[in-house]
Design a protein around this ligand. Structure first.
Ligand code: TYD
Length: 209
């Protein structure tokens, strides 16, 4: 019997993450896996409130507040959703996790990357690191083009989507360096490919688990 796995998806806006994640879940199910699809922030009752505080645009949290709210959402999510699902033998596929916090809050908000912050990020995971992380790598310029198309298609942008280009550049650079630091766990997939090409690469990675 295969043991449950915890898989996370990362990628900037416009990288095709939503489409790829749902195709991946369908594929895992077709392989006979019991799968739970989840996301951050906001996939618990409490997290839904935190998500609104973070992303609606109603508030403008200072960087420290923003970081703490994402971590609060994560701890609740890990303890209430992810760990119980893994304990029940499910494969958990999560849209964003700690790598997003490293990229968006530490790098994007230019928080000083201290050991204390690293320890807080680890603490909020409640002992749970992903077995594998799929990073859909899409350069900022390509992402900006796709986002323009998305806007004309009517999909709403959240408060972070609307940050300036330098913010998205910092986020991208951070994902790039996080991936280089942990190449075994974080697998880089070229998101400029066709939907089918990206999905084939993802299946090749997950097939090794
Ligand atoms: P969302 O609307 O869920 O969609 P997407 O993942 O497709 O962008 O957006 C979540 C937003 O929250 C996204 O802009 C990234 C951001 N985020 C952080 O800044 N830090 C985090 O730790 C997480 C999990 C997300």
């Amino acid at each position: 019997m295969t043991t449950a796995k915890f898989i996370t998806f990362e990628g900037g806006d416009g990288s095709g993450k939503t489409t790829q994640l749902s195709r991946t879940v369908d594929w895992l199910k077709s392989q006979g896996k019991d799968v739970l699809q989840t996301f951050e922030p906001g996939d618990t009752a409490l997290g839904k409130e935190i998500r609104r505080l973070l992303l609606s645009g109603e508030h403008t949290p200072v960087p420290a507040t923003e970081l703490l709210l994402f971590l609060a959402d994560r701890a609740q999510h890990v303890e209430k959703v992810i760990k119980p699902a893994l304990a029940a033998g499910k494969w958990v596929v999560c849209d964003r996790y700690t790598d997003s916090t490293l990229a968006y809050q530490l790098a994007g908000r230019a928080l000083e990357d201290t050991q204390t912050l690293r320890d807080m990020l680890a603490w909020a995971e409640c002992g749970l690191s992903p077995d594998v992380t799929i990073w859909l790598d899409l350069p900022v310029e390509d992402a900006a083009l796709r986002m323009q198309e998305r806007e004309s298609g009517g999909e709403a942008a959240n408060r972070l989507d609307e940050e300036k280009t330098s913010f998205h550049q910092a986020v991208y650079q951070a994902f790039d360096s996080i991936q280089k630091d942990s190449p075994q766990r974080i697998r880089r997939i070229d998101a400029r490919q066709s939907i089918e090409g990206v999905q084939a690469d993802i299946q090749a990675v997950l097939g090794q688990l």
